[in-house]
Design a protein around this ligand. Structure first.
Ligand code: GLP
Length: 244
């Protein structure tokens, strides 16, 4: 769907998430959300916080799994996705701390593989993700699944693309400070979600959105894999949709 503005689109996505939470609540079940970082979902989180504060939406029955985290990364570092999620969502809602899952950037190299397997198993143990929200990087990555990622890839340690590190350089005060690696859910992990919502705003995403939606399906642009699934919705503003 294409919306006139990022604000309207973000409110729609937040309302969809709220509906899932309320539906699960009514059934006495947990809602399992796959969450993303970056500038793109910030207004979705803002609206969820508003729904919590002004309309009493509770996150008591919500379990979350974030897509990715830089590696190595300390959770209390300003650039960590842990810090991002706390700032934009978790510190402002009533989610139980133990329900929050984010890949661990503090692991020793020899611990990473076991952690990734356990992350997959933990998602499955809750019956899988009810919804996964996604942004898109200019390399066509989803999560940190850079070009070359396989469609059935699982949670794993990956090497970041040069363009991705350049795009992140502002947050880190220079590209040389951006970690070279990350732990990310795989394309296969994302695909197992019951619903997938990819959001993109602004002119600068128009070119990659066109490739993702209309381009040939290829590992060169992992977001093109989303064309293979009928449970994916692209939520765009008019600028991001302008090349379609
Ligand atoms: C990072 C994140 C992605 C995100 C992308 C786009 O690389 N790992 O999940 O989609 O950035 O970021 P932004 O939303 O700031 O454009």
């Amino acid at each position: 769907s294409v919306y006139p503005s990022q604000d309207e689109a973000s409110i729609q996505v937040a309302q969809r998430i709220a509906a899932i939470i309320l539906d699960k609540q009514a059934k006495g079940e947990k809602a399992v959300l796959g969450l993303a970082t970056g500038a793109t979902p910030i207004k979705v989180y803002k609206e969820l916080v508003r729904l919590h504060k002004e309309e009493g939406l509770s996150f008591n029955n919500v379990v979350t799994f974030n897509l990715d985290e830089y590696y190595p990364m300390l959770p209390n570092a300003e650039q960590s996705y842990v810090a991002f999620m706390k700032k934009h969502l978790f510190d402002q809602i009533d989610i139980p701390q133990e329900n929050i899952n984010i890949p661990d950037g503090t692991l020793a190299p020899e611990e990473v593989q076991a952690f990734c397997i356990a992350y997959e198993q933990k998602i499955s143990s809750y019956g899988g993700l009810d919804v996964q929200i996604l942004g898109i990087g200019r390399t066509g990555h989803i999560g940190f699944n850079e070009p070359g990622s396989a469609p059935n890839s699982g949670t794993r340690l990956v090497t970041l693309d040069d363009l991705t590190r350049r795009d992140a350089s502002r947050d880190f005060g220079g590209k040389e400070n951006v970690p070279t690696k990350a732990i990310t859910m795989g394309v296969g992990t994302i695909f197992k979600a019951k619903e997938i919502v990819l959001m993109a705003w602004n002119e600068k995403k128009a070119e990659i959105v066109k490739k993702a939606v209309e381009g040939e399906i290829s590992s060169e642009i992992p977001a093109t894999y989303l064309q293979m699934s009928d449970k994916v919705e692209f939520v765009l503003d008019t600028d991001a949709a302008s090349a379609l």
